[in-house]
Write a protein that binds this ligand. Structure first.
Ligand code: ADP
Ligand code: ASP
Ligand code: MG
Length: 461
C-alpha cells in the first residue's frame, strides 16, 4: 500500500493535475491520494477570510477575489474534461463548495468573537483542498482509475485548536482503517484533502500551514503503508534551501530525527509533524519531484547508513529571544521551574533554551508574542526581549562525536554576533543570529561544512 501526497506546487493547473494523476496510475497496487490546494490558493483564501472577518474588504472586492478563484478552478475542470459530459457534474460539485465558501464568508463578516473568526478561517482555508480533491478525483477517473473523494473530516479527528489542530491518533487511525480499508479492498482509489480535519461535532479544523504532509503520514501510518510519497517541486530534501544556496545537493537518505529537526528549523519541504508521525509509525517517507519522477528523491526512514557528519543547514526567521534573569533575592533552585510554569500556563511553545545558574534564555516564534506572560515573569525576574532574530541550524549525524564540527561552525561565523547556542542532541546544533545575517551565514556554513567535505561524508545516508 502506497500513499501519494501532491503539494500545491505539483497541482498548479489542469496539466499538472493530469500529470499527477498519471503518476498515481503508474503506481501499481492499492494506493491512497492526498492533495493540497492548488498552488497559492490557501494564501488567497486566508486573505479573503481576513478581509471578511475584519470587515476591511469592500463587498465588491470579496466578490472579485472569489470570482477569480472560481475561474481558476473552472479552467482546471475544463482542462481535465474538455467538453465531456462529466464536466457538468464536476462543476456542480465545485459550485457547491463555492456556495459553502460564500456562506462562511458572510458568517465571518458578522462574527464579533475572535474564536468564531478563527473557526471561520479554518472553514475558509479548507476550501482549497475541498476543491483540489474534486479535481484530482476527476483527473484520476479520466485516467481510467476508480477514484472516490473521501472527506478528510470523516477520518481525521482533531481537537479544536483552530489553525493548528492536533489529531487524536487512536480515533483517527481507527476511522482511517474503517473507511479506507473497504475501498482499497474493492480496488478503488480514495482521494482525501490534506491539511483538513474535524472535531467530534464535525466542525472543520486545519492542521497548520503545510499540513498536508502530516495528513499523508497519518494515513500511511494508520494503514501500514510501504511508503508515503511526498511529491513536490524539488528533487528531494536538499542540504540547504535551494533558493538561498545554489550549490545545495539532494540527500539520498535521511533519518527521522534529522528530518524532524530540519523541518522544524526551516526546511519547509516537509512538515515537522509528518516526519515525527512517520517515525512513530515506522513508515518511510520519500520526498520526490513530480516534474522529474525518475529521480529517486530522498528516503526518510529509520535504518539509514550512519555516516557522522553534517547533512544540511537551515534557518528559521522571525524568532524572538527572551532573556530572564533571576533577582538576587530569589532562590535559584526554583527559578527554572517557575519560568517554565509561566510559559506553560500561557501556552507559549519554546524552541531553544539555554540556562545558567541565575538566568535562562529561550526563543519564541515572533507571532507568539510574550503578552501577559512577560508581566508575570517580571514579578520575579528581569526580562529582556530581543526581536528580529533567526535560528540557524546545522543538522546531521554524530555531530558531537565527530571532531572539528563545532570548530568548523564557529569559524564559518566569522564576525557575526551569536545570541544563543543550543545543542541538545547529536543531530542538531542551533544558534541565533540577526535575521538579516542568516542567509549569508547559511551559505558560509554550507560551503565550509558540506561543499568542502569529502564525497559521502556530510550526507546522512
Ligand atoms: P509543496 O507545495 O509541494 O508542499 P512546499 O513549498 O511546501 O511544497 O515545499 C517545497 C519547497 O521547500 C521547495 O520549493 C524549496 O524552496 C523549499 N525548501 C526549503 N528548504 C528546503 C530543503 N532543505 N530541501 C528542499 N526544499 C527546501
Ligand atoms: N494548502 C495548505 C497550505 O498551503 C496545506 C499544504 O499545502 O500542505 O498550507
Ligand atoms: Mg508543503
Amino acid at each position: 500500500m502506497i500513499v501519494y501526497k501532491f503539494g500545491g506546487t505539483s497541482l498548479a493547473d489542469a496539466e499538472r493535475i493530469r500529470h499527477a494523476a498519471g503518476l498515481v496510475k503508474d503506481c501499481a497496487g492499492p494506493r491512497v491520494v492526498v492533495v493540497s490546494a492548488l498552488a497559492g490558493v490557501t494564501d488567497e483564501l486566508v486573505a479573503l477570510a481576513d478581509r471578511a472577518g475584519t470587515g476591511s474588504g469592500a463587498a465588491g472586492d470579496l466578490a472579485r477575489l472569489t470570482e477569480a478563484l472560481w475561474v481558476r478552478h473552472e479552467e482546471a475542470a475544463s482542462g481535465i474534461f474538455g467538453a465531456a459530459p462529466e464536466r457538468a457534474a464536476l462543476m456542480g460539485r465545485i459550485d457547491e463548495v463555492f456556495s459553502r465558501l460564500q456562506a462562511v464568508l458572510e458568517t465571518a463578516a458578522v462574527a464579533a468573537e475572535v474564536a468564531d473568526r478563527l473557526r471561520a478561517l479554518d472553514e475558509v482555508s479548507a476550501v482549497g483542498e475541498d476543491l483540489s480533491a474534486q479535481l484530482m478525483a476527476a483527473a484520476l477517473a479520466q485516467a481510467g482509475l476508480d477514484a472516490e473523494v473521501v472527506d478528510a473530516r470523516s477520518v481525521v479527528r482533531t481537537d479544536d485548536r483552530f489553525g493548528g489542530a492536533v489529531p487524536r491518533d487512536e480515533e483517527t487511525a481507527r476511522l482511517i482503517g474503517k473507511v479506507l480499508g473497504p475501498l482499497l479492498e474493492a480496488g478503488r482509489v480514495p482521494v482525501l484533502q490534506g491539511f483538513v480535519g474535524a472535531t467530534d461535532d464535525g466542525t472543520t479544523t486545519t492542521l497548520g500551514r503545510g499540513g498536508s504532509d502530516f495528513t499523508a503520514a497519518i494515513i500511511g501510518a494508520a494503514l501500514g503503508a510501504e511508503e508515503v510519497g511526498i511529491w513536490t517541486d524539488v528533487d528531494g530534501v536538499l542540504s540547504a534551501e535551494p533558493g538561498h544556496v545554489g550549490e545545495a545537493r539532494v540527500l539520498s537518505e535521511l533519518g527521522y530525527e534529522e528530518a524532524v529537526e530540519l523541518a522544524y528549523f526551516g526546511a519547509k519541504v516537509i512538515h515537522p509533524a509528518a516526519a515525527k508521525h512517520a517515525a512513530a509509525g515506522d513508515v518511510s517517507l520519500r520526498v520526490r519531484n513530480s516534474g522529474r519522477p525518475d529521480s529517486e528523491g530522498t528516503l526518510i526512514r529509520h535504518d539509514v547508513r550512519r555516516v557522522a557528519g553534517v547533512a544540511a543547514v537551515a534557518f528559521k526567521p522571525s524568532v524572538t529571544l527572551v532573556k530572564v534573569r533571576s533577582r538576587p533575592m530569589f532562590m535559584a533552585y526554583g527559578f527554572l521551574a517557575r519560568v517554565f510554569d509561566v510559559l506553560a500556563r500561557h501556552r507559549l511553545p519554546v524552541d531553544l533554551v539555554a540556562t545558567s545558574h541565575t538566568s535562562t534564555a529561550f526563543t519564541l516564534d515572533e507571532g507568539e508574542g510574550l503578552g501577559a506572560a512577560a508581566e508575570e515573569l517580571g514579578r520575579f525576574a528581569e526580562v529582556e526581549v530581543i526581536p528580529d532574530l533567526a535560528t540557524v541550524s546545522v543538522v546531521g549525524h554524530g555531530l558531537l562525536r565527530r571532531p572539528g564540527i563545532s570548530a568548523g561552525v564557529f569559524s564559518s561565523l566569522g564576525g557575526t554576533p551569536v545570541h544563543l547556542i543550543s545543542q541538545a542532541s547529536d543531530v542538531c546544533l542551533s544558534f541565533l543570529v540577526a535575521a538579516d545575517e542568516a542567509p549569508a551565514v547559511v551559505r558560509r556554513l554550507h560551503a565550509e561544512l558540506i561543499e568542502s567535505a569529502p564525497e559521502g561524508v556530510g550526507e546522512a545516508g
